[in-house]
Design a protein around this ligand. Sequence first.
Ligand code: PGA
Length: 308
Amino acid sequence: MARLHARVGTIRQLEILLAVYRNGSITKASKQLHLTQPTVSGQLKKLADDVGVPLYEQIGRRLMFTEAGLELIKGAREVMDSFDRLEMKLADLQGLKAGTLKMAVVTTSKYLIPHFLGEFVKAYPAIDIVLKVANRQQIIEQLETAEYDFYVFSHPPSNFELDVIPLAANPLVPIAAESHPLARQRKIPFEQFAREPFLIREMGSGTRHAIEQHLKNAGLDLNVRMTIESNEAIKHCVMSELGVSILSRHTLALGGSEGLKELDVEHLPIRSQWYLARLAGKEMSVIASTFLDYVQAQKDRLSTLLLP
Ligand code: PGA
């Protein structure tokens, strides 16, 4: 037993390893941990010596973790998770819901999720929230490390075993500048809309993924003029008459729609749905299951409140 413990390092070394993995750099991890760079590299070297194989390679400025390194990171995450769960359980036994809820959500859901979190935090003020916001592909990558309690997607990936619950409708609607000629037209044929210069989200975006699928099903191609990494920037470019787009109605209803018009296009909006997902089999902390209960109880009220 003692031998096994020595081979996978001390808790502190595992914490250091996770910080380096999260930050992708020894310098950044050192800053975050308030340690010197040589201390962090020294601890990682000691850990690698104990394990008996290299944990990472430095390629240019990038750290590339080896298979052994990634396995150790997975195990370290489980160890830390179980400490966190224990702390939350002990707090719960003292009648206190305290601890951290970790969520990773796709960019577009940032209009919706804070409203769910706002009321939850008011009900449980001792809970801290970690909220990672990134595009769909980047959130899918986060599933690998199983670091988060919950994930929010409108198109959950099929290559992970997930438990999902539907949260709210997420219609993707066609938009143009108020001054655009299409803004006055009714029942615009889909083919006509598709010929307009189109502003599309970046590769890896869930919105883009849904639009591409919808167009493929209709046998049409888009006339893409610009690729833009942000819903807000797309709205401003549409307002400035650079083209038309398709965005989640939440970006307009909850993020402002001044100068924009939702168009009446045949075969649109694209009907999609927000899902709260968790990795099947990942043990739930007291805080995570409290949040899940809260979402189940409140989702109908909150979703209609947000998008009547
Ligand atoms: P996105 O994701 O913010 O990456 O476009 C939205 C979605 O999954 O619908």
